[in-house]
Design a protein. Structure first.
Ligand code: ADP
Length: 642
């Protein structure tokens, strides 16, 4: 193949026109490129040219014998017309209809004079002709040539093209023409259908994943589709009104394809944008862009060198950065290796090391399809990983949120507890000082009475002071118990004989007013000794016994307190049942509160007794419940784990 640089004019104007043509796709083109009249002078030129070829080997019956006959013309100078002449002879015994076809689909001007005995027939082709206006709607210039039995015709060719190329022409029977192109269009359909599928799935993926690497890949596929369409001529169906710009579109999309492939590889492989390698990539991108702008419509052998270099460079990048990226780079490297290998086949035939053939033409289709399959796999891996990472991130966020929520809840709870404790402490201090002040004031008053009034009975006075002092002592004892239970360390473990404890408390209350009118009964259905802190268990027992005496029903003839101790599972149950005054139903909840006094007789008391009991029970890890009925009596049930 001989490819030459052509003189190029008005690149900007062409670019603009191409763009405008895309905007009005199906506007019919103007086929008004000048038609040269065949004059005797021109026949002279034609005769003088070295391209005059005798072509008389189309022989035999069309359906059985020769189906294709090929003729190649070379144009070295695109500024001039290429003139050629050859003869075709039908030496079969029937008339034949041939299809004359140019394999180069974008010849700018092609005039054919068919000279017969009965006159000259004129056929022409212009690249401005819309594909839909052609006699045979095919992407290549195609003509019908009819030969009578034993007829010889002379074909005169004028070829004009802006670039220097080789122009292969073939004669085909109708059967071979239709069967060849049916198969070819079918393959194109499969190829472009596949690329469109990849393109659409990439767009859908982009909508879902918003991964910017997909935008470059979309651009890459678009440029691949465009390049291939204008490489094989199918693009003429897409832009029938811009067919004369086919070469320009082909070269620009070819450049876009190389650039986007390079950028996509770099970004997919997560090459650091500040690294020297990324700068090299950008340099190649700039060079390729300049190259395509300089050449525009022309294709030189350097274009293929450059293209092959970029593909091999991308492959090298994939292997070089293979280990630094996740497993999806594996597919990327495979895809690029495949493309490199297949492009190499195409490349060696282009530079002339091997004769070009169908394998060289179709290898690029295979390479691009294979590359896209591997790239699709690489993208799937990438999105799978992204989804997994996102899922993990979300899970981590959820766990963190939960942790924060739990922490906030704990802090809020602690705050509430602190607030409650602070309120309780304030109340405690206020009430404690009040409870201590009361008896002290009374004692002070009694002392004043004794000092000022000598006639007063001093024995009685001292007795009263003693009583108040006892009250004071009891109050201080209660306050002390609260502090001890609330703020002391966990209770110590001591062996306790419940019978002895009971007796000890009975002895203590012997002198307590009202004790003598009470009947106490102890039922212990539990033989083993229990291990509790003495002070704590004593606080429970003592306060409940004291209350039973204090709040006995004086109207009843016999007052009693029955204490039953027994085991239920791993719980020790102590039941205190009295037949005292009982507690109104709406007050049973309140009796365990600090400083709650629910009775006229308890005005002088601290209101701490049952609060101490509750604190002590909770300190032992147990629970206390109460059942009471006004006028009938009260039962406290203490459950402590043993
Ligand atoms: P206080 O110092 O007033 O006795 P407590 O906390 O011991 O304080 O008792 C709170 C209130 O519960 C008492 O004022 C009383 O009204 C009621 N109460 C406690 N025990 C009995 C009981 N056994 N029978 C009737 N009422 C009781």
């Amino acid at each position: 193949m001989r490819i030459q640089r052509k003189p190029n004019a008005y690149p900007l104007k062409k670019l603009l026109l191409t763009f405008l043509s895309f905007c009005c796709l199906y506007v019919s083109a103007d086929p008004s490129k000048k038609i040269i009249e065949l004059s005797p002078d021109l026949e002279e030129v034609l005769i003088d040219t070295s391209y005059i070829v005798e072509f008389d080997s189309v022989q035999g019956k069309p359906a059985t014998v020769l189906t294709v006959h090929k003729r190649l013309f070379f144009n070295q100078d695109p500024s001039k017309n290429l003139w050629a002449k050859f003869k075709v002879h039908n030496n079969s015994d029937t008339s034949i209809s041939w299809i004359l076809l140019s394999h180069f689909y974008s010849i700018d001007e092609l005039d054919i004079w068919v000279k017969r005995k009965r006159g000259t027939e004129f056929l022409f082709f212009r690249d401005t002709m819309s594909i839909y206006n052609r006699l045979i709607q095919h992407k290549h210039p195609t003509f019908n040539i009819y030969l009578e039995k034993d007829e010889t015709i002379e074909l005169l060719f004028r070829i004009k093209n802006e670039s220097a190329f080789e122009y292969p022409f073939v004669f085909m029977t109708h059967e071979s023409f239709y069967s060849k192109f049916f198969k070819e269009y079918l393959l194109y359909g499969l190829f472009y259908g596949f690329l469109l599928f990849v393109l659409v799935s990439c767009i859908i993926n982009f909508i879902f994943f918003r991964d910017s690497v997909l935008l470059i890949y979309i651009f890459c596929i678009l440029s691949q589709i465009t390049y291939m369409l204008f490489r094989d001529g199918n693009g003429l169906y897409v832009v029938p009104s811009a067919t004369e710009y086919a070469d320009l579109i082909k070269n620009l999309s070819r450049s876009a394809m190389s650039i986007s492939l390079l950028l996509y590889t770099g970004i997919f492989l997560k090459i650091d944008r500040k690294s020297w390698m990324f700068k090299i990539i950008l340099l190649i991108v700039v060079l390729r862009t300049i190259y395509s702008i300089v050449l525009l419509e022309d294709t030189t052998v350097n274009t293929f060198h450059f293209e092959f270099f970029i593909i091999v460079f991308c492959t090298w990048l994939a292997f070089r950065f293979y280990s630094s990226v996740d497993s999806e780079a594996r597919y990327m490297a495979m895809g690029l290796s495949f493309l490199s290998a297949v492009y190499a086949v195409h490349y060696v035939s282009i530079i002339g090391w091997f004769p070009s053939g169908a394998y060289a033409f179709w290898s690029l289709y295979l390479g691009i399809a294979g590359e896209n399959i591997f790239f699709a796999l690489a993208l799937t891996e990438r999105f799978k990983r992204a989804r997994l990472d996102k899922f993990r991130q979300e899970q981590m966020n959820r766990e963190l949120e939960l942790l924060v929520e739990q922490r906030t809840e704990t802090v809020q709870m602690q705050n509430r507890l602190l607030e409650a404790q602070s309120n309780e402490l304030n109340l405690f201090l206020y009430s404690a000082s009040h409870d201590l002040k009361g008896p002290l004031k009374t004692i002070e008053g009694l002392c004043n009475v004794g000092l000022l009034d000598v006639s007063v009975n001093h024995d009685q006075l001292f007795e009263m002071i003693k009583m108040k002092l006892r009250k004071l002592e009891s109050n201080i004892g209660d306050l002390n118990s609260v502090t001890k239970l609330k703020y002391s360390n966990p209770v110590s473990d001591q062996n306790i004989d419940l019978k002895l404890l009971h007796q000890d408390i009975m002895d203590r209350f012997e002198k307590y007013p009202g004790f003598e009118s009470m009947a106490f009964e102890l039922n212990i259905d539990y033989k083993e000794s229990v291990r509790f802190d003495t002070f704590t268990i004593r606080s429970i027992y003592q306060n409940i016994v004291e209350n039973a005496i204090k709040y006995r029903d004086r109207s009843k003839e016999h007052s009693f307190l029955t204490i039953s101790i027994y085991k239920e599972g791993n719980l020790l149950l102590i039941e205190f049942e009295d037949n005292g005054q009982g507690i109104p139903a709406d007050k049973t909840e309140k009796i365990f509160e600090m400083f709650y006094r629910g009775n006229e007789e308890s005005r002088e008391d601290t209101g701490l007794g049952l609060y101490i009991v509750k604190l002590a029970v909770e300190k032992l890890g147990g629970k206390i419940t109460v059942q009471s009925e006004l006028g009938v009596g009260t039962t406290f049930l203490v459950r402590i784990p043993i």
